[in-house]
Design a protein around this ligand. Structure first.
Ligand code: ZN
Length: 267
């Protein structure tokens, strides 16, 4: 018998109260009312799903976009997306089924046999779903993705199409205090093993490194693609900090410069 285990990525989206006062007389159930399959996505919602929904089509298109950008194969493994009608209903479900998880707006949970996304229809549902579904697409082809890179990629793909992955709140956070500029340290991020170690600062830094590799030069893009492709073949790649340093001894200064240029362009 294989022990069932799961990995949950509670992600950065804070704002869901697990300690609400809703009372439940029965075990909270998964959404079941409306069902739709969009390629790899198997979506179930408590509220009716329209046949053509811009956000859902965007999530479907993210599959090919992510595969092309990262040079990864497509997978057919289903990603189950459960959309609750409210934050209270999601919180009640998560409290019973994943009592150890912190309070978040949305979750990605990988078990031995399933890739599951849990979210709810709220003001930030588009960003939340783009983020969590990106985790799903990644996990369906890349095993053992380091935590920081998993989150960095999800933060890159959570922004709406046309913004080239520029996550403005992260740019603002990294450039907020000119007296204390960001001191990049990729080796420190590479040591992170637990989502509880990831504060907003770690999410912002993970996004910055990811955006730097994806958007600053063809050579860095190739390094990231090669790294992910090695993991996808179930082999162990050399760390990204070593590979980036070998290509460019000033890589830490250059990632800070990359964010600084983005900051200037957004003013
Ligand atoms: Zn995440």
């Amino acid at each position: 018998m294989t022990a069932r285990h799961w990995i949950a990525i509670a992600c950065t989206a804070i704002g869901l109260s697990i300690d609400g006062c809703a009372s439940w007389h029965a075990t909270p159930a998964l959404p079941s009312r409306s069902h739709m399959v969009l390629d790899q996505l198997d979506i179930v919602s408590d509220t009716p799903l329209p046949q053509h929904h811009r956000l859902l089509e965007e999530l479907r298109a993210q599959r090919q976009m992510l595969s092309t950008k990262l040079g990864l194969p497509l997978s057919e493994e289903p990603i189950h997306v459960y959309l609750f009608a409210s934050g209270e209903k999601l919180a009640a479900y998560m409290r019973v089924h994943f009592p150890g998880l912190p309070a978040r707006r949305a979750f990605f949970v990988e078990s031995d046999t399933k890739l599951n996304v849990y979210a709810y229809w709220g003001d930030r549902v588009a960003e939340d779903l783009r983020h969590e579904v990106a985790h799903g697409y990644l996990h369906s082809v890349v095993p053992n993705l380091p935590l920081w890179l998993d989150e960095g990629l999800a933060e890159y793909f959570e922004v709406s199409r046309g913004l080239d992955g520029v996550n403005r709140p992260h740019v603002d956070q990294l450039t907020a205090d000119p007296q204390r500029p960001w001191q990049p340290d990729l080796e420190r991020l590479e040591q992170l093993r637990d989502t509880e170690e990831m504060t907003q600062a770690e999410y912002a830094q993970s996004w910055a490194w990811t955006h730097f590799m994806l958007e600053s030069s063809p050579q860095r893009l190739q390094i990231l693609q090669g790294y992910l492709q090695t993991l996808a073949r179930r082999q162990t790649p050399e760390s990204l900090s070593i590979q980036l340093r070998r290509a460019d001894a000033r890589y830490q200064q250059n990632v800070a410069q990359h964010v600084s240029v983005l900051h200037q362009s957004l003013r």
